[in-house]
Write a new protein. Sequence first.
Length: 163
Amino acid sequence: MIARIETGFADSRAADLSLAFGLPPLPAVGTHRVALPGQVLELRLLGASHQVLVGEWSETVACLPEQSDALPSRKQFMVGGLLVQFAAQTLRPGGTGLAERVSGIIRDCATDEHAIVGEFPGSPLAITAVRAWAEGDGAAWRTWHAYPQAGELVETRTVVRQA
């Protein structure tokens, strides 16, 4: 699913992103409900990146003024009977690398019923994408946040399982 976002994005580089778990649903510019075996997820595109809701629990990766910590490269913890594993990396593909990666992400997500891509105005490379799938007795998702003005692509991967 492709969503053309009619708002400017709030974050402009990888360093603007932070991670928060358990926030209530934030105002979204695009949403997509995904039914997986044993799980229902809501993939939410924010003007400041993404939020995934799993029941009453949430993951938010966004430009959050109240969060001053940088996006961690890895985090694992238990919450409410869930084992959560999170990983993130920032890539800086040179030359045409960012355009090629973004084109591939859009192409792959556009044909996946469990994905949403938000295209932001100002650059065809300014996207946020979320793609989910079932993994074992839980769910997993990957996200991509492209910042063409900085030449950066942030990728995250989360796995949530019953503990």
